[in-house]
Ligand binder design. Structure first.
Ligand SMILES: Nc1ncnc2c1ncn2[C@@H]1O[C@H](COP(=O)(O)OP(=O)(O)OP(=O)(O)O)[C@@H](O)[C@H]1O
Ligand SMILES: [Mg+2]
Length: 535
């Protein structure tokens, strides 16, 4: 039932009531005043009231009612003015009613059109705005993925270890997707078919997810097992809406206990081979997000290349390490061999020659004086044996100076320097800056051999006149510096991988966690600085 309130609310009914009352009032006025007085004009107000309804129909009703009442008034009003005056009066009233009604309807028509155009405009603006909003959201998503790709590329190119890189990537992905748990698995090597936990995590709340972390870290996954195993087999991103309800999720009970729901994993790929898997968990169940899966598949390829690079680097490092060990072993064997040969040459050959020399001088003395030609021969043989003894001693000395074993590095350097000076004419001076430098025989041998190589280089390349050498010890590091005043080594020669002599010097020093620094100044000379650790 329509209540009064509804009636009041319905403005058109109100206006109709108002119009009716006004019409009655005017009619009463009209029929009580003598005909001819221009009170019929008041019927125009019916059109004006109808105008408030903003409805064409009511304007027509107002105009028609006004017209009818004007005519009725003509018949019912008491006589007054002349008939022609009354007729003109009433006709003008009706004309005015319809002129106003027509104007109103025209105006109303225009405003209706205007509002239709406005509505249309508003609709299209609305549509456009919602389209723009949609595009904006897509753009934001797109730029977030581009940013993620960029962040992953930066992290992937970090020169730090693989685990640090994975850690950074997990953090970026978790922040991007707003997932609180991220973990990585890796194949231990290219031939393995089981994924091992890389023990690299992103945990928004480490305490809450601690048990989950510990158990995951103790669980390797084979093909098809759980989320990582599924990714391993499918080589595609995999999504689990709710891991607690998944039949193939061994950690389901654990996940239930700590409130882990949705799970998502994607492969790290080298070509078609899965070399690792990254898994992520949310605390809410979630339907697969295809966009995210697509982005992560691309990220997986990018990270696969990183794993490949790290594997290649590790391979190179391993073979470098092996080569270095091999070189060091060869050097050690060479040194032992030199020592052995030097000893044998010195102790046995020189000894035998000395005995031979003694025997020969006895023989010489036994010979009678008149056997002059024979004595000449023995004298010559004695000179020859003497020379041979000197040569043998020199060979033994060159192979390994006994002074190094007997008196130590300091004396060996002085001896070798002065021999070098005698042989080449290049002045040699040596100074020990911090008292006595104590070094074991192996380290002494290394420093001595590098020193020998340095002097050989000076003789062959430097065109130097003077050599100054200093030795000191500071904080457990022994430093031997050899400086010449020659033409100066060039930087490209220092860095040239074909400079095998320099490379050998560096490799020797590396055995004792040492290094060799070489600096050259054009026409001013070269400085070679050798550092090795004392213990
Ligand atoms: N003291 C020096 N002054 C000037 N140039 C030097 C000096 N020492 C080395 N060089 C330059 O550095 C290069 C590399 O030296 P390196 O000892 O590696 O090789 P090498 O002496 O030419 O040959 P080897 O392998 O027989 O030692 C030399 O060829 C020489 O041009
Ligand atoms: Mg050399």
């Amino acid at each position: 039932m329509t209540t009064l309130n509804d009636l009041i609310k319905n403005k058109n009914i109100l206006y109709t009531l108002m119009g009716g009352l006004v019409a009655i009032a005017i009619l009463l006025l009209d029929i009580s005043i003598p005909l001819g007085v221009a009170d019929g004009v008041l019927y125009i107000s019916l059109v004006l009231i109808a105008l408030f309804t903003k409805n064409k129909k009511f304007i027509y009703v107002g105009a028609i009612t006004g017209t009818l009442l004007t005519i009725i008034g003509f018949f019912l009003s008491p006589p007054g003015a002349e008939l022609w005056q009354v007729l003109i009066n009433r006709s003008l009233t009706i004309l005015t009613i319809w002129t106003i009604a027509t104007l109103c309807i025209l105006q109303y028509g225009n405003s209706e059109k205007m509002s239709a155009v406005q509505d249309e405009l508003e609709l299209s603006v609305h549509q456009r705005t919602s389209e723009l909003n949609k595009l904006n959201i897509e753009l934001e998503k797109e730029s977030a993925s581009v940013q993620l790709h960029k962040d992953i590329a930066i992290a992937a190119n970090e020169t730090k270890g693989l685990k640090v890189t994975l850690q950074l990537c997990l953090e970026k992905i978790c922040t991007h997707a707003d997932w609180p748990v991220g973990h990585a698995y890796l194949l231990p090597d290219q031939t393995s078919s089981w994924l091992e936990p890389a023990k690299v995590w992103y945990l928004e709340d480490p305490i809450r997810f601690d048990i989950f972390r510990k158990i995951s870290e103790a669980t390797p996954f084979g093909p098809g097992m759980g989320l990582p195993g599924r990714v391993l087999v499918s080589r595609k991103p995999e999504w689990i809406t709710d891991v607690t309800k998944d039949a193939n999720f061994p950690r389901a009970q654990l996940a239930e206990n700590i409130g882990v729901k949705a799970g998502f994993g994607f492969p790290l790929l080298i070509g078609k081979q899965v070399v690792g898997v990254m898994e992520f968990f949310s605390t809410k169940a979630a339907e697969p997000d295809r966009d995210m899966m697509k982005v992560m598949a691309e990220v997986g390829i990018q990270l696969g290349r990183t794993v490949e690079r790290h594997w290649a680097e590790a391979d190179i490092q391993n073979s470098n390490e092996r080569l270095r060990k091999l070189y060091q072993r060869l050097e050690m064997i060479r040194e032992e061999e030199r020592t052995r040969i030097a000893r044998e040459v010195h102790d046995e050959l020189a000894q035998m020659l000395t005995t031979l020399k003694l025997e020969l001088s006895l023989l010489d003395k036994k010979m009678v004086n008149d056997n002059a030609p024979l004595r000449n021969d023995t004298q010559m043989m004695l000179v020859l044996i003497n020379n041979t003894i000197q040569t043998v001693k020199k060979i033994a000395m060159d192979l390994r100076p006994p002074i190094l074993d007997d008196l130590g590095l300091h004396e060996a350097i002085i001896w070798h320097g002065s021999e070098f000076e005698k042989r080449t004419g290049i002045k040699f001076s040596f100074e020990v800056c911090s008292g006595n430098v104590e070094l074991d025989i192996k380290r002494s041998t290394t420093l001595f051999r590098i020193f020998q190589e340095t002097l050989t280089n000076i003789l062959r390349h430097a065109k130097a006149k003077n050599i100054n050498a200093t030795m000191k010890e500071k904080d457990g590091t022994v430093t031997l510096q050899v400086n010449d005043d020659g033409i100066g080594i060039k930087s490209d020669q220092i860095l040239d991988i074909r400079s095998l002599g320099l490379l050998g010097m560096r490799e020797r020093a590396l055995v004792w966690q040492g290094d060799v620094d070489i600096q050259g100044v054009n026409n001013q000379g070269t400085t070679v600085t050798i550092n090795i650790q004392r213990v």
